[in-house]
Structure formats: structure tokens, C-alpha cells
Design a protein. Structure first.
Length: 527
């Protein structure tokens, strides 16, 4: 089985994404994860280009990685300068990295327009830089910037740039689709032509995603002979990003049969993707292939039904191979199978032909029609099912609630006060509380009434509150959907309420939240 080496540039090209600003500590944390995961190279930054990268390389001198090679990145020497007098080249050597990648121009247009030098001088810059670095470090990788555009414009010149790098001693020549404008067929043909021109050379691919084909381009380059693939975790990078390693790695390994990383490590892919998303503060799109939350989620009834029989019917790979999991959601597109799947997860065994199941499916569809949205409120859905089968006890009976909002001319903001009257068994509770707003007042008053009987409710915090209009065309009598997210420090759950009255919708979501906590604690034997 042929081996493909993964060259991660999350810390260098990934940090060129708008909105990303990794600290030195962030970079070190990501590097540790990449090392554990098993990528072969990690391009960490450009020493000397900014103080953070300089400090990073100082810190890296004291760190020993298990699997990956730390790479320092920079450019060829400046035009008209001696290579050994170029401070940027000196910084690369001082970084202590044993692998150095330098990018050089391979598009004649760029040499003349962007760098303002001659084509011959550029060839000398490439040759001299690679050769000089190769005298000092173990491995030199040459990134041929804009290679594909250069090849399309002037193939002889683009190839002569690669030849200069190889003559200088480059261990790898990496073909870059810097502007991300190429399509897979072009990348395949051009990479093949390079392989034919330099049969002994080790070739890499570095693709950007401007045409939304960076992953496909990388795969096509491998099929044409490239054996080093550059990319970033989650595809973050300059403009529209770099090729997404979270798709490239499983595609190469699971679909094309290349040896990439140890199969047991592939199971950490989803965790790695979520980790990088957290550290970079860029939310991971739910629909991201392989690693996104919805990558193996089945919503439509027909899909859920088939997946329960054979998962391959609607899954291209087993989610556990990449550390992800199958999910079935409930909505108005559900059939019996979605509900059966969820009931099974809750430990409720029901015959698929049971009339109770049919009634439950009808009830869910009716509620979704009214504006409920159970996909985003799994706790309310669980309560609905368990109530349907008589599995939720009566923790309290509401007698009445009332909310007052008042503002006197002397008040800075309105004052909200709620009273709640309820029974826990035969005991009547009548409480009042103030809050920052009506929902907060209701929440406080309800807890005041219940906490004496159920002290665990003190752990519950409401962490998110969202309101959506369900049927906007109805104007002020439109229904609203309230979604509440709660936590007790150990788990998080979502509940939903729908009504024409925002307070009533909030009350439904609020009481579901507290009842769900009581139910879960009871199921776990905590109360
Ligand atoms: C395709 C890529 O993603 S390559 C990586 C790009 N990444 C970055 O640019 C991030 C880090 N960059 C930086 O911090 C700065 O740009 C530095 C420190 C590298 C350079 O800063 P400055 O010296 O102020 O130059 P500036 O950024 O304005 O311009 C880049 C210079 O590099 C030159 N240059 C561009 N490519 C190359 C190359 N392959 N070899 C040598 N010089 C090059 C340009 O001609 C320009 O020099 P000029 O101003 O004399 O024309
Ligand atoms: C080197 C690099 O980042 C590029 O050409 O895109």
C-alpha cells in the first residue's frame, strides 16, 4: 500500500484566515494534538515575521514531538541579495527547525509584477536558497507558489523553477494552487506532466479552496503521483481556506486505500476537528463531511427506516471509523423508524406496529405543525415520549402563576415580579420573586417553590434563551417558540415551549427543563 505523508499547515496558512489569531499557547496545544493524531509534518509559522512565531520556535527547541516533524516556513532570499546575508533566511536557520519549507515564485507573471525582478534572478533565488538551507538542515521542502497558474501561462518556465529547486537539493517539490482557481482535471493533468518531467522527484500538493475543489484537487494530485498533501484542520486558511485535511485523510485512507495515519488514530479525527474549532473560535459547520455534527444524522423517515436495517443504506462510511456518531432526529419529516430509534436510545422497547407508537408519531407531527421544534430540544422530546408511555411522575401540580411588569417614572428599568402557586403532593406552595425580566422572575419563583422538596434543582442554570416567531404573518397574535438551554454542570439539555403568549411559551420550556433534571436524577438514583 502506498504511503501519503500529511503536511499540516493549520498553524501557518490556517492562521492566515480572517478572524483567527492563535496565541503561542494555542499553537502549542494544537501541535500536541496534531502530534498525537499522527500527521507527519506541522508547519508552525514564519520565524522572524512576527514576535509570536519567533517565541514559538524558541519554545519548540525544548519540546520533543513523538511523530511529527516541526517545520519552519519562509520565502526564498530577497531579489538582489546574497543568500547568507538575508536576515529572513538567517531567522529560518536560527529557528532550530530541522525541516524548512521555502516558497518561491513559479508564475512568470508574479516574478515580474509582484516581485519586480527578472525570470533569471528568480531561478537563482530558488536554487541558492534551497542549496544554502540544505547545507544546514535535514530536509528542505520547496513550495512552488502559483505553480498551476504558472504552468498554464508558461510551462517551460514553471518547470525550470522546479528544476532549480531540485538542483539545489530540495527533498520535495510542492505544487501550489495558491489562488485556488484550478479544477480537478487540470490538477491531475499538470501533476502528471510534472511527474513525467521529474520521475525521481518527490511531489507534494498544496491546494486552496477558492473554487470549492481543494479536497478534490488534492486527491487528483495524489492519483497523479503526489505523495505529500498540505492542508489544514477544518480547511481554515487564507480567503476561502486551504484543503481540508479532515476530508482528505479519510478519503485517502478509507476510499483510496493509501496508508496515511494509523487506523486507530483516525478515530480521533472528529475530536481533533472540534478541538481546533474551539481554539480557533470558528464554529464547525454542522454539515462538515466526516466530522460535523450532522455528518451522520438522519432526519427523513425513509432514511432512518433504512439505516436501522443496514446503516450502509444512507452512510458512506461507518461513523465510528472517524470518531463520529450516528444520530437520528425527530421532526415533521419523521416516520415511525425515527421515533423507534429514539425510544430505543431512551431504553423504551415498543413493537413497531404498536398503536401507541402510531399515536406518538401523530402527536409529534401535530406539535411540529403547531411550531414545536424537537431537533433543538431533545429534553422536551424525551419528556414527551416518556409522558406518552406514563414514565414521568407528577413532581408538582401548577395552580397558577402571575407575572407583573411595572415601571414607575423613578425606575431606571422595568421591574418584573412573578408569583407561583403550586402543589407538591398535598402541600401548597405560594411564592413570589423579582427577576431581571419576566422569565427570570418566573424561574426564581418556581425554584423557590420547589427547592425545599427537590434541592438538586439548585444546580440548574439556564444558559441560553432563544425566541422565534413561528407564524410571522399573524402579526401580534403570531405564535412564538421559546428554546431554553440548561445545565447542571454535568450535562446540558434543551427544552421548548410554543404559545401565542411569550410568557406561557417560556413557562412550558422552563418547567420542562426542571422536570427533565428531576427525571434524569431519579433515573440515575441521585434522588
Ligand atoms: C502564498 C503564501 O501564503 S506565502 C505566505 C504569506 N504569509 C505572509 O505574508 C504572512 C507573514 N508575512 C509577514 O509578516 C510580512 O509580509 C514579512 C515579514 C514576511 C515581509 O514583510 P515586509 O518586508 O514588510 O514586506 P511586505 O509584506 O510588504 O511584502 C512582501 C515582500 O516579499 C517579497 N516576496 C514575495 N514573495 C517572495 C519570494 N518568494 N521570495 C522572496 N521575496 C518574496 C515581495 O516582493 C515583497 O518585497 P518588496 O516589498 O521588496 O516588493
Ligand atoms: C505556499 C502557499 O501557502 C501557497 O502557495 O498557497
Amino acid at each position: 500500500m502506498d504511503k501519503v505523508l500529511i503536511y499540516d499547515t493549520t498553524l501557518r496558512d490556517g492562521s492566515q484566515a480572517e478572524g483567527i489569531n492563535f496565541s503561542v499557547e494555542d499553537k502549542l496545544r494544537i501541535l500536541e494534538k496534531l502530534d498525537e493524531f499522527g500527521v507527519h509534518y506541522a508547519e508552525c509559522g514564519w520565524p522572524g515575521a512576527n514576535p509570536k512565531d519567533t517565541i514559538l520556535f524558541e519554545r519548540l527547541k525544548k519540546i520533543k514531538t513523538q511523530n511529527l516533524k516541526v517545520v519552519a516556513f519562509g520565502s526564498t532570499r530577497k531579489a538582489g541579495k546574497k543568500v547568507h546575508q538575508d536576515q529572513q533566511i538567517e531567522n529560518l536557520l536560527r529557528s532550530g527547525a530541522r525541516v524548512i519549507t521555502v516558497f518561491g515564485k513559479s508564475w512568470d507573471f508574479h516574478v515580474i509584477q509582484a516581485m519586480g525582478t527578472s525570470l533569471e534572478e528568480n531561478l537563482d533565488m530558488v536554487y541558492e536558497t534551497v542549496r544554502y538551507l540544505k547545507e544546514h538542515v535535514e530536509e528542505v521542502i520547496f513550495d512552488a507558489e502559483h505553480f498551476f497558474d504558472g504552468y498554464k501561462n508558461n510551462p517551460e518556465y514553471a518547470l525550470s523553477v522546479l528544476r532549480s529547486a531540485l538542483e539545489g537539493g530540495a527533498d520535495w517539490i510542492v505544487l501550489c494552487d495558491t489562488n485556488g482557481g484550478c479544477l480537478p482535471n487540470e490538477v491531475y493533468e499538470i501533476t502528471k506532466a510534472v511527474k513525467e518531467s521529474f520521475p525521481q522527484a518527490r511531489i507534494g500538493i498544496h491546494a486552496h479552496n477558492d473554487s470549492d475543489t481543494a479536497v478534490a484537487n488534492s486527491l487528483m494530485a495524489v492519483l497523479a503521483g503526489a505523495r505529500q498533501v498540505h492542508g489544514t484542520i477544518n480547511g481554515i486558511g487564507e480567503r476561502t481556506g486551504n484543503a481540508n485535511l479532515c476530508s482528505i485523510i479519510p478519503n485517502l485512507q478509507l476510499k483510496l486505500g493509501f496508508e496515511v495515519i494509523p487506523p486507530e488514530n483516525l478515530k480521533k479525527l472528529t475530536e481533533l476537528a472540534h478541538f481546533v474549532s474551539e481554539v480557533s473560535n470558528i464554529p464547525l459547520p454542522k454539515n462538515m463531511p466526516y466530522v460535523g455534527e450532522s455528518a451522520f444524522t438522519h432526519k427523513a423517515g425513509v432514511h432512518a427506516s433504512a439505516v436501522m436495517k443496514r446503516s450502509e443504506t444512507y452512510e458512506h462510511v461507518d461513523p465510528s471509523l472517524v470518531g463520529n456518531r450516528r444520530k437520528v432526529t425527530v421532526s415533521d419529516l419523521s416516520g415511525r423508524s425515527n421515533i423507534l430509534y429514539k425510544l430505543k436510545e431512551m431504553g423504551i422497547q415498543v413493537d413497531e406496529r404498536s398503536p401507541e407508537l402510531v399515536k406518538l408519531v401523530e402527536k409529534i407531527k401535530e406539535l411540529e405543525k403547531e411550531g414545536y421544534h424537537f431537533e433543538a430540544a431533545e429534553a422536551s422530546f424525551e419528556l414527551l415520549c416518556k409522558r406518552h408511555f406514563g414514565l414521568v411522575k407528577n413532581y408538582f401540580d401548577l395552580d397558577a402563576y402571575r407575572v407583573l411588569i411595572a415601571r414607575r417614572s423613578t425606575d431606571v428599568s422595568p421591574v418584573s415580579e412573578a408569583t407561583v402557586r403550586l402543589y407538591v403532593g398535598d402541600i401548597k406552595q405560594h411564592t413570589a420573586a423579582l427577576g431581571n425580566g419576566p422569565v427570570s422572575a418566573l424561574d426564581r419563583s418556581l425554584r423557590k417553590a420547589l427547592e425545599e422538596f427537590y434541592p438538586n434543582l439548585r444546580d440548574v442554570q439556564l444558559i441560553d434563551y432563544k425566541v422565534r416567531i413561528v407564524n410571522e404573518s399573524e402579526g401580534t397574535s403570531a405564535k412564538v417558540r421559546v428554546l431554553i438551554e440548561s445545565t447542571d454542570g454535568r450535562r446540558k439539555w434543551g427544552t421548548v415551549g410554543v404559545s401565542e403568549n411569550i410568557i406561557e411559551a417560556s413557562w412550558i420550556a422552563l418547567t420542562d427543563s426542571l422536570i427533565y433534571k428531576l427525571l434524569k436524577d431519579e433515573e440515575e438514583g441521585i434522588i
